[in-house]
Design a protein around this ligand. Structure first.
Ligand code: HEM
Length: 186
């Protein structure tokens, strides 16, 4: 169980251009606790409904059918990245899932401000749809989002752009994949 206060207190650290980003895929226990495919769908559809009320709505398709496709693909991605069934695999053209996801975001000019809005929107969706989940599991899910989202930021306050290179060192840490991603040279 988690309280709204605990969820709203989830931490947010700023992106630093060029810094190494460490992240770990979320645990399968989060996927189980949220309610597997149905629970994840509920969370992600709520997230996207909130996205359309947010300051980053303009990034996303305004066409209803296209919007529906993004909702669906996004749900499948999160099911798979949390260790659920491999329902997104076909989309990533054989590429590592996380690498594919970073490259997909290259098409959009994402700033730190947009990242914070994206994370804030996700935090609101968690507060509405994940109170039945243990706060420690939510924290692990959040950790992935908070860190991984840094790799989607490619446009900086000084007007420069910087795209994360995917240099991955995988080690087994406590039975899970640990990924280290380092920003490439500008
Ligand atoms: C943890 C960080 C993030 C993850 C895991 C993530 C994941 C995803 C996924 C799974 C999709 C759908 C992919 C597909 O079409 O197959 C997507 C699309 C998208 N995401 Fe993210 N995202 C993240 C952060 C962000 C941030 C910070 C922004 C900021 C604006 C953003 C903007 C978008 C946009 C604009 C699209 C595409 C919509 C379209 O297809 O037109 N994402 N993201």
């Amino acid at each position: 169980m988690a309280t709204i206060r605990e969820i709203m207190d989830l931490p947010l650290s700023p992106v630093e251009k060029g810094e190494p980003v460490h992240f770990k895929n979320p645990p399968k226990a989060f996927y189980e606790a949220i309610g597997q495919e149905e629970g994840m769908k509920e969370l992600m559809y709520d997230f996207y409904d909130k996205i359309y009320e947010s300051t980053i709505a303009h990034f996303f398709p305004q066409d209803e059918e296209e919007f529906e496709k993004v909702k669906e693909k996004n749900t499948k991605f999160f099911i798979q990245i949390c260790g659920g069934p491999k329902v997104y695999e076909g989309e990533s053209q054989g590429m590592d899932l996380n690498e594919y996801m970073i490259r997909l975001h290259d098409d959009f000019s994402i700033t730190e401000k947009s990242r914070i809005e994206w994370l804030g929107t996700m935090r609101d969706a968690l507060a509405d749809k994940a109170q039945h989940v243990d706060i420690d599991l939510i924290k692990e899910f959040w950790d992935y989002l908070e860190n991984f989202s840094k790799l989607t930021v490619n446009t900086f306050a000084d007007g420069s752009t910087y795209y994360a290179a995917y240099t991955q060192a995988k080690e087994e840490v406590a039975g899970s994949n640990f990924s280290e991603v380092v920003f490439g040279e500008p």
